[in-house]
Write a protein that binds this ligand. Structure first.
Ligand code: ACO
Length: 364
């Protein structure tokens, strides 16, 4: 029996939420290219209801989501202790999500409340670690504007909100990626939302998945700090059998459609924030990687620079990914719980057979 490596190409279930069929990313049938400037709230509605909202529904939904961008004081108090620990922010987030699932009012937590809490908690972790006060959402602003305000402490310009909106829309879902599939496996046992989300955060943390964005920026910093030629860096890493972070994708062998859009945002914001040198370096690495390996950049390659230009520390980049992807995780958990059955595959046993305990013990 020839097994597909890492379930490559194996269809494990059906979904109405999103698709990467023919390497085109669609949300409920709409190509991502057409949704890239749609308001994040509208895309969340689409993922949760598999239809677009009317103008009135969108207005009400935005208001609802923003009203949920708040955490009980007791949660903030407990989070403050956890967030101050020296562990990686994704480890802090993992514990925080678990904590969110243990508060008094957790039975009332539905997807809008959970999304609001997740965004607020992620921003709060950043603020607490930076010894800054935790901010409060403004009910007159949208989700993206509030989210930037909550983590940065400053009201962003409309241009910056539009850029971050696109980043959030592009990350919102991606069918059965590793973290979403993990969430669905947990959901298939009928576990609660927070258990599923905690597991999803764990899967996202790894550098082959969401953890790649932090590593991308580390690579850029290393090359600039050491003054190494990017080509020499790539050759050296690959000669050591290491992967170049932010390149390659299980589904997109001819380029990640999200990276194409993000590249332009990275170029623009890098220019506006005096980070052109980083973008130029990314272009050099991209060209050389294509020449050497025919691999294309993935979604994490450009977000690394975009997040840096938003003033974020590289260790928080994967939390940003989690903030955006929570919308998709929630859609998939709901779908799995409503329509799916227990996910329990089988394995091919390749260990020893026909052993006998007594006989082996006597021989010892
Ligand atoms: N750098 C160097 N070589 C690479 C890279 C890379 N980034 N990606 C793939 N390759 C090579 C592999 O070494 C392998 O070579 P081989 O056939 O000679 O052994 C070949 O390309 C196929 O790679 P696989 O890892 O088998 O392909 P797979 O589909 O399993 O991997 C993955 C996809 C895990 C994303 C891979 O490309 C990778 O590790 N990339 C770097 C990490 C990264 O950027 N992850 C983020 C992905 S996007 C996301 O999750 C949001």
């Amino acid at each position: 029996m020839k097994l597909p490596k890492g379930l490559d190409g194996v269809v494990v279930d059906q979904t109405k939420i999103s698709s990467t069929q023919n390497a085109v990313l669609t949300y409920a049938g709409y190509p991502i290219k057409e949704l890239q400037n749609a308001p994040f709230e509208e895309v969340v509605f689409l993922l949760w209801h598999t239809r677009l909202p009317s103008a009135d529904e969108l207005k009400a939904f935005r208001k609802l989501l923003v009203s949920k961008m708040v955490l009980p004081d007791e949660t903030i108090r407990l989070m403050t202790r956890i967030a101050k620990e020296p562990q990686h922010p994704m480890s802090i987030l993992r514990t925080t999500v678990s904590l969110l699932g243990t508060t008094n009012d957790v039975e009332r937590d539905d997807p809008p409340r959970i999304l609001g809490k997740m965004l607020t908690a992620i921003a709060a972790i950043i603020r607490i670690r930076d010894d800054q006060p935790v901010m409060h959402a403004n009910s007159d602003w949208g989700v993206v504007e509030n989210f930037i305000y909550l983590f940065s402490g400053e009201r962003p310009t409309a241009e910056r909100v539009a850029m971050f909106n696109t980043v959030m829309v592009l990350h919102a879902d991606h069918e059965f990626n590793a973290s979403t599939f993990t969430a669905r496996v947990v959901a298939s046992t009928k576990a609660d939302y927070y258990s599923c989300l905690t597991a999803a955060v764990c899967a996202l943390k790894g550098p082959l998945h969401g953890g790649a964005n932090e590593k991308v920026f580390k690579m850029l910093e290393t090359i600039r700090q050491t003054g190494q030629e990017p080509t020499a860096y790539v050759n050296d890493q690959m000669a050591k059998g290491r992967k170049i972070m932010g390149f390659g994708h299980r589904i997109y062998k001819n380029g990640d459609p999200r990276a194409t859009i993000l590249r332009e945002i990275a170029r623009q914001i890098a220019h506006e924030t005096d980070n052109d040198a980083y973008f130029a370096l990314q272009e050099q690495i991209r060209d050389y990687m294509f020449e050497k390996t025919h691999l294309h950049p993935n979604v994490d390659y450009y977000t690394a620079l975009i997040y840096h230009c938003f003033g974020l520390d590289k260790k928080t980049f994967t939390m940003m990914f989690a903030a955006c992807r929570t919308a998709g995780w929630l859609a998939h958990i709901t779908e799995q719980q409503a329509e799916g059955c227990l996910i329990r595959p089988s394995s091919e046993y390749v260990g020893q057979t026909n052993r006998h305990y007594r006989a082996d013990k006597e021989e010892m």
